[in-house]
Design a protein around this ligand. Structure first.
Ligand code: ATR
Length: 265
């Protein structure tokens, strides 16, 4: 870390619990590599104190922004002065920039990180038919980023149907030109298959979709980072599919966060 002086800019991350977060290490090394005179500090805050902390952060003139993670991504939306249309529709914010006048501007970069990760790996979602397993927090962000990328069809398949319906409704309101369908466990007929459920995180989890329907022309993408090769990825490879792991989403997202929070020399 560079020497902290009176000129050093401050960024933060808000979480509860906080001890496991890796963002401080990742973004502090990024700043060091780029010669940014700044530091990102973990702020451990519970839900009951979020409003008080955020009002304090607005007053802190050397604070440039902060990352927001579990469990605050939804509650932070109403505490920002300005939120992107996309983050508003998703109902969650994970990165906040503090403007010079103290205004807090919120954005949701989970989905953009996923799409950037795909592209970095040479997989272009524009014009493609996408099968998306899940309709939770991560799936919402990814669905909006895929719609933004201009996919030709988005099929949402989730265990709880009402959540798929709700996501489809919000996508229709915000991206009326993107066809959205509700799917079953069968991913056939889609060029890119995405697992955005939490299935695969724990050993013994059921597979998020019917892998017997996968064909070698399909690409199967994960959001699960650990294990690096999930049971879904292993099954997809066995069926001749190309696979895309969960990790690039994180690396790309850190880059987008640094850009949004203006972490520059
Ligand atoms: P995250 O923020 O990581 O997306 P989440 O919002 O809790 O977490 O979403 C978890 C996703 O995994 C949801 O799509 C969830 O399905 P439901 O909406 O039906 O709960 C899905 N999921 C988790 N456990 C599952 C299981 N055993 N079978 C099928 N889907 C599951």
């Amino acid at each position: 870390m560079t020497e902290i002086t009176g000129r050093t800019a401050i960024w933060g991350i808000l979480a509860d619990p906080i001890h496991h977060v890796k963002t401080p290490q990742a973004l502090n090394s990024l700043m060091q590599e780029r010669g940014v005179d700044g530091v990102l500090i973990p702020f451990h805050v519970g839900a009951d104190d979020l409003t008080a902390l955020v009002s304090g952060l607005k007053a802190m003139r050397n604070l440039k922004g902060f990352v927001v993670t579990v469990p605050h991504k939804t509650a932070i939306v109403d505490l920002c002065d300005d939120v992107s249309k996309q983050a508003r529709a998703i109902g969650a914010v994970n990165t906040v920039r503090r403007e010079a006048d103290g205004r807090l501007v919120g954005e949701m970069l989970d989905g953009a990180g996923f799409v950037a990760g795909l592209r970095e790996n040479g997989i272009e979602p524009r014009g493609r038919r996408i099968y998306l397993a899940g309709a939770g927090g991560a799936a919402n962000a990814i669905a909006f980023a895929l719609a933004e990328a201009g996919v030709s069809l988005l099929t949402i398949a989730n265990r709880t149907l009402s959540k798929s319906e709700d996501l489809r409704q919000r996508l229709a309101e915000n991206h009326p030109s993107v066809p959205v369908e509700i799917g079953t466990g069968d991913p056939s007929g889609h060029e890119i298959v995405v697992n955005a459920t939490s299935l695969g995180l724990k050993e013994g989890d059921p597979l998020p979709l019917d892998v017997t329907r996968l064909t070698p022309d399909q690409t199967v993408a994960e959001i699960i980072m650990q294990p690096e090769v999930t049971a879904l990825m292993a099954a997809a490879r066995e069926r001749g599919c190309r696979t895309h792991p969960g990790r690039p989403m994180l690396a790309c997202q850190l880059e987008l966060m640094a850009e949004f929070m203006e972490m520059r020399p």
